[in-house]
Design a binder for this molecule. Structure first.
Ligand SMILES: [Zn+2]
Length: 239
């Protein structure tokens, strides 16, 4: 496994990485940066080092709901590029971060010449689908408090224990109204699990948050381990 802040690139074999490296640029993306619009072609593939990308389905009535979060564990854009498809969601930086980014045509070219790298990219598409399915089930069945706790576990995994987050984004992520976000955050704060003030979220007790959450984050992490069995090995070599 290579040393790289992005998990997918760290799992790439050296030959594929060396073919892609000349086309990779590092960039810092601010919160709110739009990476893809619904039904538009995707020109770039993003491999985050930090920050969180959010995939949001926009509804005709004006609302929106999140179907997936992508961070240092994955990539955005490769699956669409490989299939020549348009984006099925509005994709935006939810938390600012650094990324490696490459033109989609170069990523496709390297993937076509390196079947193992192609498999890695498509593996994350499979994970993204699992995430969307889990989110649909979770939003339909689990209580808002459980869902917020589950979301905090995923955010902690991708962004650490402190990050800024608007109530509007949280409402989209949880599929609820803003008033429900306020009530739920207040409840978790009262229990000493988090502090949420002026858009700044701080996680205090991850174990208790885990106890509070539904099983969906654990299930999702299990999908990740099955798809990427080598993801948790120690890195070796250099990039
Ligand atoms: Zn759930």
């Amino acid at each position: 496994m290579l040393h790289h802040p992005n998990k997918i690139l760290s799992l790439a074999d050296r030959s594929a990485f060396e073919q892609l490296a000349p086309h990779l640029a590092e960039s810092s993306l601010p919160r709110g940066e739009v990476l893809a619009e619904t039904e538009r072609h995707i020109a770039k593939v993003y491999f985050p080092h930090s920050g969180v990308i959010s995939c949001v389905v926009e509804l005709a009535a004006g609302g929106a709901i999140e179907t997936g979060m992508i961070g240092k564990d994955g990539q955005f854009g490769a699956g669409h590029a490989l299939n020549g498809q348009v984006s099925s969601a509005h994709v935006v930086m939810q938390i600012a971060g650094d990324v490696s980014v490459a033109p989609a045509n170069h990523v496709v070219d390297v993937a076509q010449r390196n079947p193992e790298f192609r498999k890695l990219l498509l593996g994350y598409e499979q994970f993204a689908l699992a995430q969307a399915q889990q989110t649909a089930g979770c939003n339909a069945v689990h209580r808002v408090t459980q869902r917020m706790a589950k979301w905090l576990l995923r955010m902690h995994h991708l962004a650490g224990d402190e990050f800024s987050m608007t109530q509007e984004f949280m409402a989209q992520m949880l599929g609820v109204r803003r008033t429900s976000v306020t009530d739920t955050a207040t409840e978790l704060q009262r229990l000493g699990l988090i502090t949420y003030t002026r858009g700044n979220m701080k996680i205090h007790n991850l174990k208790q948050i885990h106890d509070f959450a539904c099983e969906c984050d654990d299930d999702l992490m299990e999908h990740y381990r099955i798809i990427f069995p080598n993801a948790f090995e120690s890195p070796s070599g250099q990039t």
